[in-house]
Design a binder for this molecule. Structure first.
Ligand code: SAM
Length: 272
């Protein structure tokens, strides 16, 4: 089976550009039951925890959606660096954010080895990305190292039940098997993230974001499926997937999909 966290798959297929991530973001924007939006929710907490004058590093910044959706709320005193280890998606983020009213710096960075001196930043954002990272202890220690002593890490992630109903259809279509638990998100999830952060951070708080999907159109769901960017997916799989979703929507009026999203906020030093 495809290793979804293989760095070459991530850099050369999944995040070769912003296209796959943007297809997933579109579905969430269109059909989420919580109208606030996960990025705006994240930003509410960022504003509450970070001073008006601060240096901020985002690791695994992807297509820059956080900053696009909150562009009018960014304090003038924030000095922002956006980084990703996949240069393709980082370039697309730079294009997408070309006209925002602030000027981030863009850097190609693997979170497992952050090329900044100790105590460089007031805050590090690591959203929906630590589950991709092979050596997470190293990555989290690196985040702690580049944070100032009173700095804060904010890291949104997903739980084991996130998108369960969708995953059930995917597993049936692609592998003719039942879905058990996400092999991607399980690496750094709502369930196990705190224990991992506590190896480097003294205080870790968790905040839940309540949301679900009620999908009423087949095509955005097919785009979401195709965003897996797997060479093994054939037109037969796509038709089977579309047919299953079509029949769920015509029977129930919508395809209900549970989401499980939240964020960790970490401060201080482990053992202190
Ligand atoms: C699911 S996307 C999340 C993007 C963004 N943080 C967001 O919330 O929209 C995961 C991102 O993490 C990046 N990534 C994965 N492994 C990484 C690593 N070891 N170092 C830095 N970035 C990484 C990917 O290239 C991708 O852009």
């Amino acid at each position: 089976m495809q290793n979804f966290n293989d760095p070459s798959y991530l850099k050369q297929a999944q995040y070769r550009s912003a296209e796959n991530l943007e297809a997933r973001i579109r579905l969430h924007k269109q059909f989420s039951t919580n109208p606030h939006g996960v990025y705006r929710w994240f930003f509410d907490h960022a504003l509450a925890h970070i001073p008006q004058k601060a240096s901020i590093l985002e690791v695994g910044s992807g297509s820059g959606e956080l900053w696009a959706s909150c562009k009018d709320r960014v304090p003038a005193g924030w000095d922002i660096t956006l980084s990703d280890f996949a240069i393709g998606i980082l370039n697309d983020a730079q294009k997408k954010l070309a006209s925002v009213p602030f000027e981030p710096e863009y850097r190609e960075i693997d979170v497992q080895s952050i090329p900044y001196p100790d105590e460089s930043f007031d805050a590090v954002f690591a959203n929906f990305m630590l589950y991709h990272v092979p050596d997470r202890d190293k990555a989290i220690a690196e985040i702690r190292r580049v944070l100032k002593p009173n700095g804060v890490v904010l890291s949104a992630t997903l739980g084991n039940d996130h998108m369960r109903e969708y995953n059930q259809v995917v597993y049936k279509v692609l592998f003719d098997s039942d879905f058990q638990t996400s092999i991607i998100h399980d690496q750094f999830s709502i369930e196990n993230g705190e224990a991992q952060l506590r190896k480097s951070f003294g205080q870790v708080e968790f905040i839940n974001y309540d949301d679900h999907l009620r999908v009423t159109e087949v095509e955005p769901m097919v785009d979401y499926f195709l965003s897996l960017a797997l060479p093994m997916i054939t037109s037969v799989h796509v038709e089977q997937f579309a047919e299953t979703v079509r029949s769920i929507i015509s029977n129930a009026g919508h395809f209900f999909i549970q989401k499980h999203t939240g964020m960790f906020i970490g401060r201080g030093y482990a053992g202190k």
